[in-house]
Ligand binder design. Sequence first.
Ligand SMILES: *Cc1c(COP(=O)(O)O)cnc(C)c1O
Length: 362
Amino acid sequence: MPDPVLPDSPLPLLRADVSTLPAYVPGRAARDEFVDKLSSNENPYPPLPSVIAAVETWLGRLNRYPDPSAAELIAELSGRLGVPADHLVLGTGSVGITQHLVAAAAGPGDEVVFAWRSFEAYPLLAWAAGATSVQVPLRDETHDLDALADAVTDRTRLIFVCNPNNPTGTAVRRAELERFLNRIPPHILIVIDEAYREFVVDAAEDIPDGIDLYRDRPNVAVLRTFSKAYGLAALRVGYAVAHPRVTAALRACSVPLGVSGPAQAAALASLRATEELRERVADLVAERDRVSAALRAEGYEVPDSHANFVWLRLGPRTAYFADACEAAGLMVRPFAEEGVRITIGTPDANDRLLKTAAHWNH
Ligand SMILES: *Cc1c(COP(=O)(O)O)cnc(C)c1O
C-alpha cells in the first residue's frame, strides 16, 4: 500500500554526487571525564576568568541578537593587527570562513589546490561548492610549494596553504613562501590558513606571518581562529584578513549574524587577556618540544612541529597505536594507514602519552 502521508512521494532532488561525499571525521567526543582528549587540537586549559565573565554578561540577554557588525571585536582586531577594519571578516570558526571563501571563489569546473595530507575540511568544502579538489602530496611531511605551483591550471581558482600544516605540524619558511606567492598568477586566490600561528614562537626559524604577506598582495587571504591558542573552540569564532574585494565577497556569502554575542564577547576578552594567554601558549609549546624530544628518544620519527600537536607517521601500525592509547585513557587522532596526530595536553596527559608510546614501541 502506498504511504498515506507521502503518496508515491519522490525523494527530494539532491545533487547526484551527495552520496559520494566523504564524511568529515572530527576528533571523537570524549567518552567520559577520565579520558584525555588529545584528538582535536583543543587547548587543554579552561577559559580565563575574565573570558568567563564576558560570556556571563550575555546570559541574561540571550533573547537579543548580537551586534551584526561586531564593531567592538573588529575594532580591537584592527588595532592589534594593524589592518583596516574593512580588511577583516569574522566567521563561525575559521572553517565557516573557509566555506564562504570556497563558495565565493570556486564552482563546478573550477579547481581548488591544496597539499595532502592537510586539513580535512578543504576537500569537503571544495566538494560542497561543486569544485574539483587537486591534492598535491607533501614532501618530507611539508608543503611542496613548487609542486603546488606546478599544479595550477587555467581552471584553478583557489589554493590553500596551511601553515603550520594540520596534521603534520610542519611550516614553510618565508623565502620559499614568498617565491611561491610570486609564482601564482594574481587572479588566483591564495588562502594562508594560520589556525596555529600563535604556536609559532621561534623567530630564528623565519616562519612568515601571513599578515605581513597579504598587505601588498590582493590575492592573499589569511585565516585565524580563536579555537586553538585562545581556547574558545566551543564558541565558533575565527576571522579572515584580506583586501576589500575578497572581504566584500566573503560578507556577501556569509550567514548574517553568524557570530553569536557570547562568541564576540569572549573573543574580545581573550584579545584583552593576550598576555595571560601567551603564558599558556608558551607552556604548551614547551610541552610540545618535550614530547617531541621524548618520542624521538624512544625511536619515533617526529617532524618538527610548530603547532599544538605532533605527528607520527606509523603507516599500517596506526590503528594499533591509537588502540593502545585508548586503552590508556587517551584519545588521539588516527588517519587510517597513515599516521597519528596527537594534541599536546596537560603535562600529566602528555606524561601518560609518553609512557604509552614508550611501552608500545618495545
Ligand atoms: C582547527 C583548524 C581550523 C579552525 O577551526 P575553527 O574552530 O573552525 O576556527 C582551521 N584550519 C585548520 C587547519 C585547523 O586545524
